[in-house]
Design a protein around this ligand. Structure first.
Ligand code: NDP
Ligand code: MG
Length: 405
């Protein structure tokens, strides 16, 4: 296939050409994005090869994937799962290289020859390997938004130095990335980040005080992993996405507006200086943005269902309610203030979500405690990576103490 020419005037990154065999390293292969990525790569055909996989602790599924795809190497973060992984790997005809422990994902990135990395670990666990891939100047299909929230300034600065291409997988950011190709970057006036509103969009404050874990895990339009599903219910996900957009597109946070769009058909919009608003639409299916992050700027037939405009019918847009969803206000504050705020906010939310899932916190406490930790933290305006990691560790300890607050 002949690679198509990318728009020279505004392309955020250079194109990935699809005329050679692409070697892919997939982090988070046992998760929702990871499994969707495998189905996309399978449908893309023989020019696309998964060469390495990584997961957190699910040795059984990781080994099954590794054996089926005959990958060269695997990594698992949980030391306790290493023996099960070793036992289950058949490694035929050559033994599968196996990395385990806290540095396993970074070791995998260092130890495998690859062209594209899909960073689809959930949470802070994805940061080290993502940074390493950016240091190596690789093409990074980035689903792990937490990396950008924690260390956006570091990652984007590094990408500029090394020429690494960070291409968003997150559906809204993929939409913005695509819409931006309709004009010059300096003519972008505003980004409209769409949000489904989650399962509690229409709930009263009284009803929201009683939200259970099961209710929060029931997303109306997207089928995703548990952490991001809870984040969508609190709208923390949109708060994290404001920060993600701020770094990815180097845009002033006050030019980012969240708009609630319950149908999840319009994935986001970009408004240009002349008043033209360019949107990307599609069914709510992550395989489309995952594939685009791999094949950009080419567009290849994708397994996700096509959008039926007549079936979709009416598309609606609402202003978000900042009283019922205070996370959105926090997201803007974090994006505006920068520094250590992203690391603290993300870590506080991660721990609070785990505690909510364990019935140790209420739904409303997630945003409440994240705000408290954010306010109390020792702000550093231009932190090093080490200081960001220290801020992350501090925030985790502080939220864990919050049950007693
Ligand atoms: P899942 O919970 O479904 O999967 C998470 C993956 O990360 C699993 O493979 C898990 O392994 C692995 N993992 C977790 N912790 C670690 C760790 N410390 N080290 C190595 N691997 C680890 O999450 P999703 O697929 O839903 O989300 C992945 C990322 O993509 C998140 O950042 C999310 O915000 C983002 N995203 C997801 C979307 C979606 O539709 N799901 C949409 C847009 C963005 P194991 O199975 O062994 O635990
Ligand atoms: Mg999203």
């Amino acid at each position: 296939m002949m690679p198509r020419r990318a728009s020279q005037k505004n392309a955020a990154v250079a194109p990935i050409h699809t005329d050679m065999k692409k070697r892919i390293l997939l982090l988070g292969s046992t998760g929702s994005i990871g499994r969707n990525a495998l189905s996309v790569i399978d449908a893309l055909g023989e020019s696309w090869q998964v060469v390495a996989l990584a997961a957190g602790s699910n040795a059984k599924d990781l080994a099954e994937q590794a054996n089926r795809l005959d990958v060269e190497a695997v990594a698992i973060a949980d030391e306790g799962a290493a023996a099960d992984l070793h036992d289950a790997l058949t490694g035929s005809p050559t033994p599968t290289k196996c990395f385990t422990g806290t540095d396993a994902l970074v070791d995998l990135v260092n130890g495998v020859d690859f062209d594209i990395i899909i960073s689809a670990v959930v949470g802070t666990g994805g940061l080290g390997a993502t940074i390493r891939a950016v240091e190596l100047g690789k093409h990074v299909a980035l689903a792990n938004k937490e990396s950008l929230v924690i260390a956006g300034s570091v990652l984007m600065g590094l990408a500029q130095e090394t020429g690494a291409k960070i291409i968003p997988v997150d559906s809204e950011h993929s939409a913005i990335f695509q819409a931006m190709q309709a004009g010059n970057r300096e003519d972008v006036e505003k980004i409209y980040l769409t949000a489904s509103g989650g399962p509690f969009r229409t709930w009263s404050p009284e009803a929201m005080a009683e939200i259970t874990v099961q209710e929060a895990l029931r997303h109306p339009t997207w089928d995703m992993g548990p952490k991001i599903t809870i984040d969508s219910a609190t709208m923390m996900n949109k708060a994290l996405e404001i920060v993600e957009a701020r770094w990815l597109f180097d845009i002033d946070p006050d030019r980012i507006e969240v708009v609630v769009h319950p149908e999840s058909i319009v994935h986001s919009l970009v408004e240009f200086r002349d008043g033209s608003v360019i949107a990307q639409l599609g069914t709510p299916d992550m395989r489309t943005p995952i594939q685009y992050a791999l094949t950009y700027p080419d567009r290849i037939a994708c397994p996700s269902p096509r959008l039926d405009l007549y079936a979709a019918g009416t598309l609606t847009f609402e202003k978000p309610d900042l009283d019922r969803f205070p996370a959105l206000r926090l997201g803007h504050q974090v994006a505006e203030k920068g520094g250590t705020c992203g690391a603290v906010f993300n870590a506080a939310n991660e721990v609070a979500v785990e505690m909510f899932r364990a019935d140790a916190l209420s739904f409303g406490d997630i945003a409440r405690f994240s705000e408290k930790i954010l306010t109390e933290h020792n702000f550093i305006a231009q932190p090093t990576l080490e200081q960001l990691l220290e801020a992350d560790a501090w925030a985790r300890q502080e939220v864990a103490k919050c049950t007693a607050c």
